[in-house]
Design a protein around this ligand. Structure first.
Ligand SMILES: Cc1cc2nc3c(=O)[nH]c(=O)nc-3n(C[C@H](O)[C@H](O)[C@H](O)COP(=O)(O)O)c2cc1C
Length: 397
């Protein structure tokens, strides 16, 4: 942990940050994240976004695309075992869980589902169908962290056994855009329908959207309240703080987590005036500033959600597959889809917002599980990609 600066430095830090005003690019999601900015992002960390070559061995080709999947906090919680010829076994990486904000590994499992979907799409691009066998050791319980679980075994078919998926064209374009969206633009009805259709490739999911102004206002209030709870709860705040990667050196070293590329936080960090491990307290400047940084997350044209009856591990994987398909469809249609997961989280302090959110969407928390809630809209500025670890990092050969 970064040691706290002495008292004098604390007060000069406050002065300095106040002077910096809105110029700071440290932003807030879950509870710390960055408003993406390609400048300051080291090239090596973005290398996996260059099109993987067609000559790669089929399994490596599949994995080179799969590792681009959206996933919580960009933990990239996956290990791919290639020791069995002609098969891939996907494991959930025990070292990449989020025990505080995701105490049951539900979101981690959704990330693994998105990974599977992109692996299957990449194989189809090479004309191969994939037989996906989920949880070869049995479906793990839904309230225990899925440490080291064998998530799936993938076996691919003969050449010509699959047609390319049209959404695959968006895989290298997709990103989670965390900046401001246009509040004036409406998402036309056929575009919502396209999001539904893309997600409905996974059966049995409950899908919905919200675009009426009064309901959007209620969701904005709820998501902000939940964000504040996550921010002010030391264990959940610190879990995110440990995943901050400030500046190119840290980003390149880790190639995961929450990238901070803005000049001001880097400068403050370099001179010891930003202590990432200082938990904000209600009513302080730090708390107010964090709420300011949340503001772009209250922009957009609506919300898209995915829920399940029950909450089995297989459901969570299906949600991940559906969610990434929706994000790919959104990309094709010039839209952005940004998950806001705080109010869905299962730690104790979030119980009430979670219940209220389910009710606001017409869901019964005793029977249904809200799995993804994302704001939807037209981004005002372009955003860059987030880092990825190298393919070789996840392989067990
Ligand atoms: C299950 C899940 C939950 C997520 N929750 C949030 C969230 O609460 N806030 C946020 O800013 N991004 C959230 N994301 C998006 C991730 O931060 C993003 O996918 C990751 O940083 C990788 O970036 P990319 O999607 O641009 O490749 C979530 C993604 C998934 C799959």
């Amino acid at each position: 942990m970064t040691p706290s600066p002495p008292r004098g430095a604390q007060s000069s830090r406050r002065r300095f940050i106040r002077l910096a005003g809105g110029g700071v690019v440290l932003a807030a999601a879950s509870p710390l994240a960055v408003i993406g900015c390609a400048a300051g992002m080291p090239t090596a960390a973005l290398q996996p976004w260059s099109a993987p070559t067609d000559t790669l061995e089929i399994r490596e080709f599949m994995l080179a695309y799969a590792l681009l999947a959206p996933n919580p906090h960009n933990r990239q919680p996956w290990i791919a075992d290639l020791r069995e010829p002609r098969a891939i076994t996907l494991f959930c990486d025990s070292d990449r869980l989020l025990p505080e904000t995701d105490p049951f590994g539900r979101q981690i499992m959704i990330g693994c589902g998105a990974f599977l979907e992109l692996a299957v799409q990449a194989a189809a691009q090479r004309g191969r169908a994939v037989q996906v066998s989920l949880f070869p050791d049995g479906e793990p319980p839904d309230q225990t962290l899925p440490r080291g679980v064998r998530v799936a075994r993938l076996v691919f078919g003969e050449p010509g056994s699959a047609e390319p998926d049209p959404l695959f064209a968006q895989v290298l374009e997709r990103r989670t855009h965390k900046g401001a969206y246009d509040n004036q633009r409406v998402v036309a009805a056929p575009l919502w329908q396209r999001l539904y259709r893309a997600s409905a490739a996974q059966p049995s999911l409950m899908l919905g959207h919200v675009s009426e102004s009064a309901r959007m206002t209620a969701l904005r209030h709820l998501t902000r309240t939940a964000f504040e709870i996550e921010l002010l709860t030391p264990a959940t705040y610190l879990e995110s703080a440990r995943l901050l990667r400030i500046g190119p050196t840290e980003i390149e070293r880790h190639r995961d987590g929450i990238s901070i590329t803005g000049t001001m936080p880097r400068l403050l960090d370099a001179v010891g005036l930003f202590d990432r491990f200082e938990v904000p307290r209600r009513g302080t400047d730090a708390h107010r500033r964090m709420l300011d940084y949340w503001k772009p997350f209250e922009t957009g044209s609506g919300y898209f959600w995915i829920a399940t009856q029950g909450n089995r591990r297989g459901d969570q994987l299906a949600v991940g597959r559906a969610f990434v398909r929706a994000q790919l469809q959104a990309t094709a249609d010039g839209l952005s889809l940004h998950p806001l997961s705080q109010a869905l989280q299962e730690f104790d302090a979030m119980r009430e917002p979670r219940r209220t959110l389910h009710a606001a969407l017409g869901l019964d928390p005793a029977a249904h599980t809200l799995q993804m809630l994302s704001r939807v809209g037209y981004a005002l500025e372009p955003a860059g990609h987030s880092p990825r670890r190298a393919l070789s990092d996840l392989l067990r050969a």
